[in-house]
Design a binder for this molecule. Structure first.
Ligand SMILES: Nc1nc2c(c(=O)[nH]1)N[C@H]1C(S)=C(S)[C@@H](COP(=O)(O)OP(=O)(O)OC[C@H]3O[C@@H](n4cnc5c(N)ncnc54)[C@H](O)[C@@H]3O)O[C@H]1N2
Ligand code: MOO
Length: 413
């Protein structure tokens, strides 16, 4: 049987994971999620005419000397043409909900964001006055409209302000909050059970015996799940024992959307994932890629299962190539792929025939789009992965690349 291509397995994984249901979620839980319907503004923004400055609400005409001298409320009109003194008839802090009309020849002290009283058509900032509270001397005239933020000049009630498909960022969540919306319709985050199998695995912090290693895939994969905006539940030390594997899964079956295992899928005598799930709706295949060849996928008690190979680099590359795009798509993201770039490799490399190879690399766009392979092709080389910022993609039909050859790099962050 010919190996499955990377594209075929990507499609299968995406279909298995499917789409998360749409829910109304509180804004605090929406960061990074995708809006599932257009948002129609239920009100104007700003909702009312208000002051852009701390100062005095005025009738602009009252500040012109030739008119002021005739006004009843004017206390006097000093010699300088642009200086008038007027009675301060009221004080309007932000949050004031009842207003008195502004009588001609008077002003009302007003704070930034406070509603403009009826009759006022401008605000004089406090720096242009003596700051008086009974009467105020104003040194400069203003134009009608000056320092006023008109109701609706940002958003009009009924406008489609946010379109379905928008990724909710701090600014869009701020806008939704300003519109008075406590919740938004989004596809919820998938809950992913990250299960590490292997009787050799030990918890960091405990002593190691010969033959044991510290568990690392769980940490790496759960972090990747969270980094993609999903919820990760970590189950780290499931031994290579079929019965223990089933028992470990049981408590989670009703509450997770995806089970992602690592290890136990290749050709050895103790392949716990393969052995435990062989009788279920699962398939274990070889994908034409390196690393990440052995892959399992299917359902266990109806829950989608993605079984990644145990070698740390294989597991992480499998997550990047298959799982991350599927998780992002399940939440409605249109952009499910990492950015890519074309770059020239600084050293030559070889790649197995008939397999897409994903080598780890350090890409430096500032030095003329070059990428340096980090470490060799071995899928145990975790430190090389940790020092990389991209995967170098070598197509199936390429077995050798000379230094200077152009390759596609896929960013890892
Ligand atoms: N005869 C063959 N042997 C192997 C084949 C093959 O085709 N024929 N494929 C190789 C490839 S490629 C890979 S990848 C691995 C996949 O093996 P498994 O998925 O069965 O993984 P394990 O055997 O359980 O572990 C492999 C390796 O990774 C270490 N590991 C596993 N889990 C963790 C973890 N959570 N944290 C840290 N390290 C982990 C484990 O100790 C092993 O060293 O099979 C090859 N063999
Ligand atoms: O798929 Mo294995 O991942 O080549 O080490």
């Amino acid at each position: 049987m010919s190996p499955t291509t990377v594209a075929e397995h990507r499609k299968r994984v995406a279909e298995l994971v499917g789409s998360m249901p749409v829910l109304q979620l509180p804004l605090e839980e929406c960061l990074g999620l995708v809006l599932a319907a257009d948002v129609i503004a239920p009100l104007d923004l700003p909702p009312f005419d208000n002051s852009a400055m701390d100062g005095y609400a005025v009738r602009a005409a009252d500040l012109r000397r030739d008119e002021t001298v005739r006004l009843v409320g004017a206390v006097d009109s000093p010699a300088r043409d642009e200086t008038v003194r007027l009675v301060v008839a009221d004080d309007i802090p932000a949050g004031r909900t009842e207003l008195n009309p502004l009588e001609p020849g008077t002003v009302q002290r007003i704070m930034t964001g406070a509603p403009l009283p009826p009759g006022a058509d401008a605000v004089v900032q406090v720096e242009w006055t003596d700051g008086g509270t009974e009467t105020v001397t104003i040194n400069r005239a203003v134009e009608p409209g000056q320092n006023i933020r008109t109701g609706g000049d940002d958003v009009r009630k009924g406008d489609a302000v946010l379109a379905a498909g928008t990724v909710l960022r701090p600014s869009t969540l701020g806008l939704a909050s300003a519109l008075g919306l406590p919740e938004l319709p989004v596809r919820r985050r998938p809950r992913v059970l990250v299960l590490s199998t292997g009787s050799e695995l030990v918890e960091p912090g405990r002593p190691l015996e010969l033959g044991q290693i510290y568990e690392s895939n769980g940490m790496m994969l759960a972090s990747s799940v969270r980094d993609a905006g999903c919820v990760a539940i970590q189950l780290r030390f499931v031994p290579d024992d079929v019965e223990a594997f089933h028992q470990a899964l049981k408590p989670y079956l009703g509450s997770v959307d995806v089970i992602m295992t690592s290890g136990g899928v290749s050709a050895g005598a103790y392949e716990v994932v393969k052995d435990a799930l062989a009788d279920h709706d699962m398939q274990f295949i070889k994908v034409a890629m390196q690393p990440g060849g052995p892959q399992g996928s299917g359902r266990y008690e109806g829950v989608p299962v993605l079984s990644l190979p145990g070698n740390p680099v294989s597991a992480q590359v499998s997550f990047e190539v298959f799982v991350r795009p599927a998780l992002l798509a399940s939440m409605g993201h249109e952009q499910t792929e990492r950015p890519t770039a074309q770059a020239r490799i600084t050293t030559g490399l070889t790649s197995p025939a008939g397999k897409t190879q994903f080598r780890r690399g350090l890409h430096d766009p500032s030095s003329g789009q070059v990428v340096t392979p980090v470490g060799g092709p071995g899928s145990h080389l975790l430190s090389a992965l940790a020092l990389s910022n991209c995967l170098i993609e070598v197509p199936e039909d390429v077995t050798e690349l000379a230094a200077g050859a152009e390759v596609t790099v896929r960013y890892l962050q």
